[in-house]
Each structure stands twice: as C-alpha cells, then as structure tokens.
Design a protein around this ligand. Structure first.
Ligand code: AMP
Ligand code: MG
Length: 397
C-alpha cells in the first residue's frame, strides 16, 4: 500500500502540463493560469505624486506665509516651483521640481492677501508617494504558474499590460461506469441507483477551469469501455472515470485501460477510498476514481485535484498552513493502517469555534460531504479526544 503522500508525489511527478498558451485581455483572464511571468516596464507610481489635497512646497521654506505660484490638478505636468512659493496641489498630481513636501489643506490657512501659512511644522518627504513605491521597473509583478485573481488583473493594468499569456484550459473527459446507474429525472428501476458522482465531479472540474467533455454513463462492458476510452483519448488531456476499478469481474475499466494503454492500480492507505487507478491512454493521462461517492470525493480532493491543477499549469509556491481548531468530538477506534479523512464542520460552542464530525463516516454516505466544511486528516492509529487541535483542510477551490 502507498501512503497518501507517496501517491500524491507520484501523480504530481507525472503531471503533463498543457503545452499551448493563448493571450487573453485582462477582463477575460480571471481564474486562468499565467504561463509566463509578467515584468514591469514602468515604475508604479510613474512619478512622485501627492497623497493629499493641499500645498506642495520646499520644506526649507518653513511655515510661511508663502504665495501660491501655480495650481496642479491630477493629470497635468507642473512647472518647477520657484523658491519661496507654494503650489496648490491635489491628490495624485505630480510633485513639481523644487518641492519636497505636501501639507494637507486641513493644516493650511489662506490669508486675505492669498498667501498661505501652515499650522504644523513641515517635514521633508511628507505626504509624497514616491515613484516606484509600489512597483519598480524590471520587477517580476506576477510569477508564471499563478491562478489569476482579481487583484492580479488590477496589478497587470497598473503597469500598462492589456493582455496576459495563459495556458489553454485543461481538457478533461469523464465517464461513469456501472449497469446500475440511472440519470436523475429518469425513473429508478429496481436494482438501480442514481448517478451522483457526475454531479459533484463535473462541477469540481469546471470550478478548476477545466474544459469538460462529459461522456455520461458507460455500461459494464469491456468492449464499450474500450471504445469510449479511445474517443476520450482523442480529445482530452486527462481521462477520468468513476467506478469499475476494483478487481470484480464486472469491473472492466482496469482491463480496458490495460488494453488501450498502460495502468497502475494502487491500493492507497487512505480511508475512505482505497483503490485509485492511474495511467495513460494514447497521449492522455488516465485517472480512475473509486465508485463509492465518498471514496471518490475524498480521493479527488486529496490526490487528484493537485494533479489536475499541476497539469493545468498551476505552481503553488508553498502549501498554506491550514487553520487549526479544537476537536469537539472523540475518535476512539482509528484505522491502524490507513490515514483517515473525516468529514467535519466548524460550529460555535459557547462562543468558541470547534470541529464536529459527521456521525456516519461511511464511504457511501454522501450526506457527510455536503454537510462538511472540510476534512481532518488523521495518521494511521491516531485517536482524537475532545480539545485536540486539528487542521481543517478546505474542500473549496
Ligand atoms: P465500483 O467501484 O464500480 O465497484 O462501485 C462501487 C460502489 O459505488 C457501488 O456501490 C456502485 O454502485 C457505486 N457507484 C459507482 N459509480 C457510481 C456513481 N456514478 N454514482 C453513485 N454511485 C456509484
Ligand atoms: Mg461498478
């Protein structure tokens, strides 16, 4: 049995990053993954400017009275400031040559003759935003491999970049195996169950930004599974399936992938969710999730999501430390050999946040995933007593 970390590393090492890139205008680039670093060709701000509405002056001229020699609204280019005078200036306007301070208008008094005096001592540099204070020309503003957030797009705009080079979306083909599966909306005949995996997996993939081809339900037939695999390999970077990877004689995914490509079937020391298949069909990567909805969901969150993110081009610099909370529950009979991922929820008890676990942690109980805020990862044999500090692993993107 592989440990969770071994399986995750193994997958990450084999992730093939999308090769094609495209240039997108900023407003279309949210959530996309940057393929090239973005370097600043300008300083931000481009020149020293005023942080206040007020008066620009040379601090050596003291507290006045001083005459006003020019007016500098934002957006204009000022004249050099004659010694012994001040300039009326507004927020964001360039500082004139010869001035080294701005006094806010609340600290200025205009005399009847138009001259200005200041009520506080004037310090050199005060209320001036320096050129390059935010970004210096030549600096790397955004690193390759970053998923673009709203502030990133604003930052790119602040250095005058109108478009960004991003990876094209990862193409993922999915299908769901099992003669017992019925789509919601259809009547359920005896012996059948509804295809629930489709309805959490496809949205998870869409939320990652993948371009999903949903090939629907595939019956438990070797020849049909092989045909669908060929179709999927022709159009996808990664093929994902649910179910059919155990070793029962109705589990055809394993044999089909072996016939069309290559397969590694692992037993992973993870609960819920032991079997995970990985391999290749043609040029496409292959991931076979277990059919049990909770096993599939947890395996996806813990192992497959990081793999898909890497394939899509994402490079996470460091793992962010998850927040830790006290357990509001006991876990007395841990699995001795497998790491367990409990579905937990954050609740407030007497003004204190604590983690509660869903009472039924069974691998078929999808209610636990819908109820949960996240997962708690327990080492093999790890017991929990109330008050133990536990890290909460998010199941959001
Ligand atoms: P399998 O891995 O094919 O042996 O499936 C394991 C269990 O998960 C069985 O009880 C299946 O009926 C169930 N299962 C498989 N696929 C799905 C699905 N798409 N939606 C809901 N349950 C499923
Ligand atoms: Mg099956």
């Amino acid at each position: 049995m592989l440990t969770v970390d071994q399986a995750r590393d193994w997958l990450l090492q084999r992730a093939q990053v999308v090769r094609t890139t495209e240039s997108l205008p900023l407003l279309q680039a949210l959530g996309r993954i940057l393929a090239e670093p973005v370097l600043a060709t300008v300083d931000v701000p481009p020149q020293d400017n005023s942080a206040m509405d007020g008066y620009a002056l040379s601090s050596a001229d003291g507290s006045g009275p001083l005459p006003v020699s020019q007016r500098i609204p934002a957006g204009c280019q000022p004249q050099p400031l004659p010694a012994g005078t001040v300039a009326r200036i507004f927020t964001g306007a360039p500082i004139p040559a010869g001035a080294d301070a701005v006094v806010m208008q609340e600290q200025a008094e205009v005399q009847d003759d138009g001259q200005v005096t200041f009520t506080q001592p004037v310090k050199p540099g005060q209320n001036i935003r320096r050129a390059g204070e935010d970004i210096c020309q030549g600096a790397t503003v955004l690193a390759a491999g970053k998923m673009l957030a709203t502030a990133d797009l604003g930052l790119a705009a602040s250095i005058g970049v109108p478009a960004l080079t991003v990876y094209r979306p990862l193409r993922v083909a999915v299908f769901f195996t099992g003669d017992e599966l019925t789509e919601p909306g259809q009547p359920l005949v005896p012996g059948h169950i509804y295809n629930s995996n489709r309805y959490w997996l496809v949205p998870e993939l869409m939320r990652l930004g993948c371009e999903v081809t949903d090939l629907g339900i595939v019956p438990d037939s070797l020849s049909r599974t092989r045909e669908i695999l060929q179709d999927a390999a022709a159009l996808a970077d990664v093929i994902m399936t649910c179910g059919g990877v155990s070793v029962g004689e109705e589990d055809h995914v394993k044999a089909a992938v072996e016939a069309e490509g290559s397969l590694d079937l692992w037993k992973i020391a993870i609960k819920p969710g032991k079997p995970l298949a990985s391999g290749k069909v043609g040029q496409a990567g292959f991931i076979g999730l277990p059919g049990n909805p909770v096993s599939g969901f947890v395996t996806y969150q813990v192992l497959v999501k990081p793999y898909l993110q890497r394939c899509a081009g994402l490079l996470t610099e460091t793992d962010t430390a998850p927040a830790r909370y006290p357990a509001g529950f006991a876990w007395e009979r841990p699995d001795a050999r497998r790491e367990e991922f409990l579905r937990v929820k954050l609740v407030q008890q007497d003004g204190q946040w604590q983690l509660q676990r869903y009472p039924n942690q069974g691998s078929g109980v999808l209610t636990s995933c819908a109820w949960a805020d996240g997962l708690v990862r327990l080492a093999p044999g790890q017991q929990v007593v109330p008050g133990d500090m536990l890290a909460l692993l998010s199941i959001a993107v």
